[in-house]
Design a binder for this molecule. Sequence first.
Ligand SMILES: NC(=O)c1ccc[n+]([C@@H]2O[C@H](COP(=O)([O-])OP(=O)(O)OC[C@H]3O[C@@H](n4cnc5c(N)ncnc54)[C@H](O)[C@@H]3O)[C@@H](O)[C@H]2O)c1
Length: 304
Amino acid sequence: MKNSKVLVTGATGFIAYNLIKELISLGAEVIGLDIVPFIGSRIEKLDVEFFQLDLLNEEKVREVINKTAPDYVVHLAASIERDPKLIGAIVKNNFEMSLNVFNALLDKPIKKIVSIGSADVYGNNAPPFTEETKPMPTSAYGLSKVLISELCSLYSRIHALPIIEIRPFLVYGQGQTNNQFIPYFIKECLKGNEVDLTPGDQTKDFVYVGDLINAIILALESDKTGVYNVCSGKEVKIKDVSSLIKELCKSNSNINFGARPYRKGDGMHFFGSNEKIKRELGWIPKTSLSEGLKIAIAWQKANS
Ligand SMILES: NC(=O)c1ccc[n+]([C@@H]2O[C@H](COP(=O)([O-])OP(=O)(O)OC[C@H]3O[C@@H](n4cnc5c(N)ncnc54)[C@H](O)[C@@H]3O)[C@@H](O)[C@H]2O)c1
């Protein structure tokens, strides 16, 4: 990565923040693209050549890519909105952003494109999910990721574009501020708030952001294309991760398991297989759930 130009879309987001720090420490030159302004963002103190733009603007995307001539691209930008009423907009926007980025790279001497997919493509299928598992999304977001995955496969076949898809499961860690379960629950525990949850017997597969960043770097450096799950390979009950977070936060919060119904459409078991990425890219998840949660909690304490 040293002295390479790496363009990162969705540059002010949670995963990009962690990726960009690592790329800079490896000696890469980073170009960041996001619709969100640089000033006031997570990455404002990092050494990044930043372009504020909407990736739905095909002409602007092409202009920036022509101007900056990256060696590598990591495409992270997406709307992670799951509102079923917005199905058309979510699917269209996520797909179109990816199409604009890949189209602008078609005639370029690009070394590698890492497209970030999502385990939401597996939805209600039977775990453990392998890369061969048939997609069965339960949200517009999941459907958009299925279509983007097909686009990656098509462009790598018909245009020989060197695209690899990294498909993370539930990512958590420092810098995460949205309302996904782990950051939400940490915030509530640190405030000592009472929290209403489902009975908590449903399982998820959590992966620490630092381990995901290692996977992205391995993917950038490899000559592989295709799809690679990034997950722990272990299923953890929401009940158990909640108790662990409460304990690590030394919180007095009352947790009311069963006060809320399970989310409609959610399956009870959700976990993946990481055999392919271990075998072909030599990746291993190094951070245990409790180690990763300690880092996420410390970050949350220092930043709230
Ligand atoms: N966080 C997770 O648990 C997780 C799990 C699996 C996959 N992913 C994927 O990883 C990627 C990054 O996720 P994240 O958690 O960092 O989310 P995030 O919301 O923090 O980052 C996404 C970024 O994309 C930008 N963006 C959205 N629409 C844009 C547009 N039209 N033009 C320019 N920029 C735009 C946003 O402003 C944001 O900064 C996404 O593709 C997401 O689907 C995340």
